[in-house]
Structure formats: structure tokens, C-alpha cells
Design a binder for this molecule. Structure first.
Ligand SMILES: *Cc1c(COP(=O)(O)O)cnc(C)c1O
Length: 452
């Protein structure tokens, strides 16, 4: 199985190469040349399977040439050792809670399997990697937790000293081992700029830097699995159709769903729910794609993305081509986009109203990202009453306890902490504070990291 770049200039590579490279040499994103299909029988068999068993069945379709079954099973079992609750809200509508992993966000699903696959391939070649990531909060903690304790990989996470919440900080700084957390006296953009400079610094090439960022193919594959899982648990008949609502920022989660559909999952429609960063809903309405810069600040902060990088993949999947700047060189087929997707933008006022009404009416507790998805689903069903009987699943991508202030303000209650976030307050923290100065950062890397 080969992977091609959405910019169509770089040569095709194996999964292992795509995983360890991240971005293709031509600046494009990797996609499988052929998307493996599952038969109706294979999908039906999932009704009797656990989450790790379903994850293995899917991963195998992509990886059977590169990872023996027994190894793959072990990696998947250790990545997915937590629950994936499906909560009935009313009628045929459900919430899928993707918030039970170690950092209580859906990013754990992708980061944990990607980390294990990277380590597996590195160990084969006796190679090492230094993962460098800048974070404004959630991504850094998911990466740090996912790579924690893995051999052959060290992790350095940079965060802006004053821009992360105490809880976000503690999710990173209480780890230790192969994970080094650095606070920078500056802003998120400063951290990002230092990381980017290190990547292009020839004097640091020997460190084998890698970014593990959201465009890596290794983060896409794991995001197909929970669509199959919820389908297997909630539908009854072979071929029965389902509706998913996906709160979207960088569109990686949605891309996982679209891939699942291409693999054979009977999805009637994806509701693509964005916050006020509405470049994609506007594109669906008008055919004109305009990036939003700077991105708009909304309470669903992990979705404040004005030019989602995975849109280039989405356009490629539908037969078009988009460059890194967001120019569409070849338009995809609009009828197919509209057949598969319904895009909607939900502003902060509606997000907050949705948190309040969903709790009052159904005792279902949402946080801002999941509320965007839920409000999007409601809008869809208002305009498509013919789908009211369909099983509908809205993705809840973070735990409400990660947003205690917002929940308290709207509902006057304190969401209970999930087990993964309990006890953080008592753990010892370790952080290295550095000035916003590339020279200082570079010296730190050179002094502390060398591969034997
Ligand atoms: C990252 C994130 C999203 C957006 O997911 P994408 O794959 O970037 O579209 C939504 N909710 C939460 C809580 C996130 O952390």
C-alpha cells in the first residue's frame, strides 16, 4: 500500500515513511492511493467486537504489509485501554464521548496509536526521534502523554508561560521521564516560531527532529475507528444508514469519518459543525474558499482555525486539488460534497444556549466543542426531517471538567473530574523556564540531547 502527496509532486511512500516524515517533500499531505474497503459482513462482525478488536480490524487493512498481526494487536490493545461511552440523549440521538483517555480529549485516540506505531518502526531500524511541539494547551498534553515512557523517542514541549491554564500545564509537567516541558516567556506564536526554526536549522539535523503534528497520516487512521465502533453498537440492520455530527477545527476528525465512509461504512450524512471560523460552511454555500486570518476567537478554542490543513485532504478525496495557501487549483465535484456533508457554523451565543438547553431538557452535559456538534445536528434535523428516525451520533471531543469556569457560569454546577484528571493537583511539577531567545533554546537542545 502506497501513500501519495496532495500536492502530487513528491514520490509515493509506504505508511512507515509517511508516518516518520509527517509532511511530504512537496509540502503536501499524505493520503492512501487506494482506500481499503470492508465488506458488509466484515462490518456486521464488528457488532460482537470490543473497541480494540474493531481498531485492529481497521488498522490491519492499512498495515498488514508492514506490521505483523500479533504486533499490531499488541499496539492497539495498549493504545485503547479506556472506555468509549455512547450516551442516549433522546429519540434516535446519541453522544459519543471521546473524553476518557489520559488527557480527556479526543486527541488521545490519534496520539496514542501514532506514538506506538512510531516507536515500533524506530525500534526496527534502531533509530531515534526527538519530538518537538509547541502548544497552546491541549495538543501538547495529548502528545506528551501519548509518548510518555516510549523507548527511542524523546519529547520536548514548549508552551507560552502565561497562556495555558493550570490544569493544562499540570497535564504536561507532572510526567517526567522522556518528556521535557519548557515554558517560554512569550506567546504561543513565539513558541511555534522557535520550533519551526529548529526544524530548519542544519546544525540540529543530527537530532532527528519530528513534529507529530495534526497533519501526520498516523493521526488520521486512528480517527476512522470510533465511527465504525459507534455504528456497530447503535445500528441494527446490515446497511442501515447513520448520521454523524463532527465539531471541526483542523478537520482531522472529519477526515477520519470521510475515510471510514469510503471504506464502506453506511453514513447518510456528516454534519460538519464549525464555530464562527466558517470558511468551510461558506465554501459549501458559495463554492468560494477564503481563509480567515487571524482566526476568530470562540469559546470552543481548540476549533479556532481559519485555514484547516486537512481541507486539502478533503478536497483531494473528492477529486479536486488545493495548495497549502488554500487556493483551489481543481474544484471537487460539488454534488458529491453536498451528498455526503452538511456544513454549518455555530456562534458562541448558540453554543452556550445549547449547553444550557441540552442539560435542562435531557440532563446531558456538553462542553463548548461538543455543543457546537450538537447544535449542528439539531440544525440539520430541522432542515432534513426525513432523517429524524436515523441513528444520529454527535461527537463530544473533550470532557466538560476541562472547562469548569464556563460550565459553572452557565449551569451553576461543577462537573466531576474524570479519573485521568484526578490527583493532578498533588503531583510534583517539573518545568524548565527559558527566555524567548532561539539561541538559548538551541543551546539547551545541543547540551541535553544526543543519540548514542
Ligand atoms: C482538536 C479539537 C477539535 C477539532 O478537531 P479537528 O480534528 O482539528 O477538527 C475539537 N474539539 C476538541 C476538544 C479538540 O481538542
Amino acid at each position: 500500500m502506497q501513500y501519495y502527496s496532495t500536492n502530487l509532486k513528491a514520490k509515493q511512500v509506504s505508511f512507515k515513511q509517511a508516518l516518520l516524515k509527517g509532511l511530504a517533500d512537496d509540502g503536501g499531505l499524505y493520503l492512501p492511493v487506494e482506500i481499503p474497503a470492508l465488506t458488509v459482513d466484515e462490518i456486521e462482525a464488528m457488532r460482537e467486537m470490543t473497541y480494540p478488536q474493531i481498531a485492529f480490524a481497521i488498522a490491519r487493512k492499512y498495515l498488514h504489509e508492514e506490521v505483523p498481526d500479533a504486533d499490531l494487536r499488541r499496539l492497539v490493545d495498549s493504545a485503547y485501554d479506556y472506555a468509549v461511552p455512547l450516551e442516549h440523549v433522546h429519540g434516535s440521538r446519541y453522544l459519543m464521548r471521546l473524553d476518557q483517555g489520559p488527557t480527556a480529549s479526543f486527541k488521545d485516540f490519534a496520539a496514542r496509536l501514532m506514538g506506538r506505531l512510531m516507536q515500533y518502526f524506530l525500534a526496527q531500524d534502531k533509530e531515534n526521534l526527538l519530538i518537538l511541539t509547541a502548544t497552546s494547551g491541549d495538543t501538547g498534553s495529548a502528545i506528551a502523554n501519548a509518548f510518555y515512557g516510549l523507548d527511542n523517542i524523546k519529547v520536548v514541549v514548549l508552551y507560552p508561560e502565561r497562556e495555558v491554564t493550570p490544569r493544562q500545564r499540570k497535564q504536561m509537567t507532572t510526567l517526567g521521564k522522556n518528556v521535557q516541558i519548557v515554558s517560554i516567556e512569550g506567546k504561543f506564536d513565539d513558541c511555534q516560531a522557535m520550533v519551526k526554526r529548529a526544524f530548519s536549522d542544519p546544525e540540529l539535523e543530527y537530532l532527528k527532529l519530528s513534529s507529530a503534528n495534526s497533519i501526520n497520516i498516523g493521526r488520521l487512521l486512528p480517527q476512522t475507528m470510533y465511527y465504525f465502533y459507534s455504528y456497530a453498537r447503535l445500528t441494527k440492520a446490515p446497511g442501515e444508514e447513520i448520521v454523524f455530527s463532527v465539531p471541526s477545527g483542523n478537520f482531522g476528525d472529519l477526515m477520519g469519518g470521510l475515510l471510514a465512509r469510503r471504506m464502506g461504512l453506511p453514513v447518510r450524512r456528516f454534519v460538519v459543525a464549525t464555530n464562527s471560523n466558517d470558511e468551510f460552511p461558506v465554501y459549501m454555500d458559495t463554492g468560494v474558499y477564503r481563509i480567515i486570518s487571524p482566526s476568530r476567537n470562540c469559546i470552543s478554542s481548540a476549533m479556532n482555525v481559519g485555514h484547516p490543513s486537512n481541507v486539502a485532504r478533503l478536497i483531494a478525496l473528492y477529486g479536486g486539488q488545493m495548495d497549502e495557501k488554500g487556493n483551489i487549483l481543481i474544484q471537487p465535484e460539488p454534488e458529491k460534497l453536498h451528498r455526503d456533508m452538511y456544513a454549518v457554523s455555530i456562534d458562541d451565543a448558540e453554543t452556550e444556549k445549547t449547553i444550557v438547553s441540552t442539560y435542562q431538557d435531557y440532563k446531558a452535559l456538553l462542553e463548548p466543542h461538543g455543543a457546537v456538534g450538537w447544535a449542528g445536528l439539531n440544525r440539520y434535523l430541522e432542515t432534513h426531517p426525513e432523517d429524524a428516525e436515523c441513528v444520529c451520533v454527535s461527537l463530544e471531543t473533550a470532557h466538560p471538567a476541562k472547562f469548569p469556569e464556563k460550565i459553572r457560569e452557565l449551569l451553576s454546577l461543577d462537573p466531576a473530574l474524570p479519573p485521568s484528571l484526578q490527583g493532578l493537583d498533588d503531583k510534583a511539577e517539573s518545568v524548565l523556564p527559558l527566555r524567548h531567545d532561539y539561541g538559548v533554546f538551541k543551546k539547551f537542545l545541543i547540551d541535553n540531547y544526543h543519540w548514542a
